[in-house]
Design a protein around this ligand. Structure first.
Ligand code: NDP
Ligand code: OCD
Length: 339
């Protein structure tokens, strides 16, 4: 059995979802209430592969909200993730994806040092961040979108915002090894980590976001921001492809307009309907078939019987593992979404 751990994008989102799903006791409550809410299993899932193989899984809502980080409720955030992991393990889930902020909190606050949750000893090899598949899908989106929207990679300047992150650094390594892009712009806040990435890649220009955006033909957003930022479309080149892989989305307002192509980054479409309700809640256009690539990674590991933390730690995603997960992604019927 596979598991998915996730969370909603804001308190407002959580309240409206709770009302819609029939949890009135959660619907009118403020952040304090969500801080004390335990994790819940809110969906039982059946997935059929393009090969005909069927698997089952469950979705664990951690009840974490990004406002907890913004409000410095770090201990609460940590407790949310550990409790959700313990609930998945208690339910005999073999491999669980840590969606959205779950894996970011796990890494940033060293949760590997906190393996004991009440009477449960967490077994970390039962969890995966799902980031290898996410990075693979974003790279395929870069390839396919540039072809579709007529951007020649050999002449393109590509910005990666969140370049020093787990997904961002994998995308940079892939861009360097597998494409002939003209320029790579590296954006994040911590300058030391940017310099070290630049040294590892042996290329790339470190830049502020304001300076990078107007020169970019393609922008990949994979920054771990609790809230999306507003971008003035008049500052962008046309054509310009923006692949927003953040959860919550890195761009809060930008929409498709003449010459600006906004793509939901790290999203896959399955070739068959999935029996579940959760993707309707996060407003996927085809909720029976579209999902986050990190969640799809847990499904792929279950299909293949690879019950191991395929994606783990930080900045260790190899191109070989991206190829490996990519192969089984295609085999089981997933494809990158190009909207
Ligand atoms: P990491 O924590 O590993 O990396 C985050 C990156 O963002 C770092 O480079 C960080 O550098 C940078 N960053 C954070 N805040 C800002 C900011 N305000 N401005 C510029 N850069 C910033 O995260 P992941 O790689 O694991 O995840 C990245 C994003 O992808 C998240 O939003 C996550 O939820 C999403 N995601 C999507 C998935 C999907 O299936 N579609 C799957 C998994 C994750 P610095 O701190 O120096 O600024
Ligand atoms: C990217 O990293 C992917 C993260 C995706 C998280 C997706 C979350 C799915 C949302 C379903 C939520 C159902 C919550 C119901 C809560 C009701 C109160 C207990």
């Amino acid at each position: 059995m596979f598991g998915l751990i996730g969370h909603l994008t804001s308190l407002e989102h959580a309240q409206s979802v709770a009302r819609e799903l029939g949890y009135p006791e959660y619907a009118d409550q403020g952040l304090e209430f969500w801080c004390s809410a335990p994790p819940q299993i809110v969906d039982h899932i059946k997935v059929t592969s393009a090969t005909g193989q069927q698997i089952e899984g469950l979705y664990v809502e951690s009840c974490f909200l990004p406002e907890m980080l913004a409000g410095s409720k770090i201990k609460t955030a940590i407790r949310k993730i550990l409790n959700a992991m313990a609930l998945a393990q208690k339910n005999d889930v073999d491999i669980t994806a840590l969606g959205g902020f779950s894996s970011i909190i796990f890494e940033n606050f060293n949760l590997s040092q906190m393996s004991s949750v009440r009477n449960i000893q967490l077994e970390f090899n039962r969890f995966t961040t799902g980031n290898t598949h996410t990075a693979y899908i974003i790279c395929r989106q870069i390839e396919e979108a540039s072809r579709k929207f007529g951007i020649d990679l050999a002449k393109a300047t590509v910005t990666v915002c969140g370049a020093t992150g787990d997904i961002g650094s994998a995308v940079c390594r892939w861009l360097d090894a597998r494409t002939n892009i003209k320029d790579l712009l590296l954006v994040a806040r911590n300058q030391e980590r940017l310099q070290s990435l630049q040294a590892q890649l042996g290329r790339g220009k470190v830049m502020d976001i304001e300076e990078a955006l107007p020169q970019s033909d393609i922008i990949v957003w994979v920054a771990s921001m609790a809230k999306g930022m507003t971008i003035d479309p008049t500052t962008l080149k046309r054509p310009c492809i923006l692949i927003d892989g953040g959860y919550p989305k890195n761009m809060s307002t930008l929409v498709q307009e003449d010459g600006i192509y906004v793509i939901d980054g790290g999203i896959v479409e399955h070739s068959l309907d999935i029996d579940w309700k959760i993707m309707k809640i996060v407003n996927m256009t085809a909720p029976a078939r579209q999902l986050f690539a990190c969640f799809a990674e847990a499904m792929l590991l279950e299909f293949e019987g690879w019950h191991t933390n395929f994606s783990w730690g930080r900045n260790q995603i190899s191109i070989e593992n991206m190829d490996k997960i990519g192969e089984v992604s295609i085999k089981h019927g997933f494809r990158p979404l190009i909207n």
